[in-house]
Design a protein around this ligand. Sequence first.
Ligand code: B4P
Length: 190
Amino acid sequence: MNIVIFGPPGSGKGTHSIKLVERYNLMHLSTGDIFRNQIQNQTDLGKRAKAYMELGQLVPDELVIDMLFSEMLLHKNAKGFVFDGFPRTIVQAEKFDEMLQEKGMPVKLVISLEVTEEELITRLVKRGIESGRVDDSEEVIVKRLEVYKEQTSPLLDYYSRKNIVKHIHGIGSVEEIFNAICRQIDESLN
Ligand code: B4P
């Protein structure tokens, strides 16, 4: 079972992915987490990604795709994956579909978390203060939201055409939202 958790920065993708992998025994693949890890370990990939992330821009597709495909190969025996923060462009989604089709394991569900811009900014500014994440400064947050609208939100149409998108109201307690996501997953499993 492959699930994509989709939404703008700060919509709760990471938050809910962590809970989902536990509930459904899936593998969590967060491209943002992988890049942050590479940056911390000062790898070549990390050094290249850092410049883009600090400015709130997307890391170039070829770097993201190669990295994600190699991560998947490391977990060949996984029952399925929760993709958190991937795909983020049409090019990424198309390459991803080709790859999954070859493996006979298409994306089953896209969970789209819907949160107002005001709430997104409030959450990310708060996280920036608490965690010191450099891309959670107000100026970079505004850029990330712009990038989301231009490059990532068109993916909703892309996946809607495949009839696999479930829209979830993403404001409320984490527990309430998580339960709503699980209801959609359980329905699509039955
Ligand atoms: P990500 O790490 O994916 O960052 P994000 O979009 O902010 O999501 P995240 O999962 O961290 O936050 P969440 O919404 O859970 O990406 C960072 C950067 O990496 C990108 O800007 C880009 O440069 C690069 N990148 C990553 N993937 C890429 C790709 N595929 N292609 C190109 N570049 C890529 O949570 C946010 C905050 O909200 C948290 O503090 C959380 O506690 C809080 N929160 C969550 N749910 C809440 C709720 N219900 N109520 C109140 N607060 C809540």
